[in-house]
Design a protein around this ligand. Structure first.
Ligand SMILES: [Zn+2]
Length: 163
């Protein structure tokens, strides 16, 4: 596995629409492995292929520690509710903003074995899916967010944990 370079806002790659994956090959599986590693190293909740310069419809999310999901050619089948969530993006470092996303979604995608699956996501899982899915259409969260700002510095208290 290898770390990939994360494309930053301003690069036209992030504004293009990605093409579907016809068939998952070893090359795509290596890309997925690299994206998971890159997401974890950057402490992100998700990472989409265009963020590492690959114009294909796939992304990874990690809504809970050590729980990683991969979606290839994802589709949202149903969405319900509204939640306002503070989002950030590895391609827009140093900023956060509030975005309204559904509370619950049902999705369909292909897995790395070329099999279709459906699943339901809520909370941070739904937010992360919608954020990454937007990347596949060249949409960044800052297009939808209100109050995009630099986060407040963390208050210094007690010991800091490093991990
Ligand atoms: Zn993002």
């Amino acid at each position: 596995m290898a770390l990939r370079n994360i494309v930053k806002e301003g690069d036209p790659i992030l504004r293009k629409k990605c093409r579907p994956v016809d068939e998952v090959t070893d090359r795509i599986r290596i890309l997925l492995d690299d994206m998971v590693e890159t997401m974890r190293q950057a402490e992100g909740v998700g990472l989409a292929a265009p963020q590492v310069g690959v114009m294909r419809r796939l992304f990874v999310i990690q809504p809970e520690p050590d729980k990683t999901y991969e979606f290839i050619n994802p589709e949202i089948l149903e969405s319900e509710g509204e939640q306002e969530f503070t989002e950030g993006c590895l391609s827009v470092p140093g900023y956060i903003g509030e975005v309204i996303r559904p509370t619950h979604i049902r999705v369909r995608a292909m897995n790395r074995d070329n099999e279709m699956f459906e699943m339901e996501l809520d909370g941070l899982g739904a937010v992360a899916f919608c954020h990454e899915n937007d990347h596949l259409d060249g949409i960044l969260y800052v297009d939808k967010a209100k109050d995009v700002r630099e986060p407040e510095p963390e208050p210094e208290e007690g010991e800091e944990t490093e991990n």
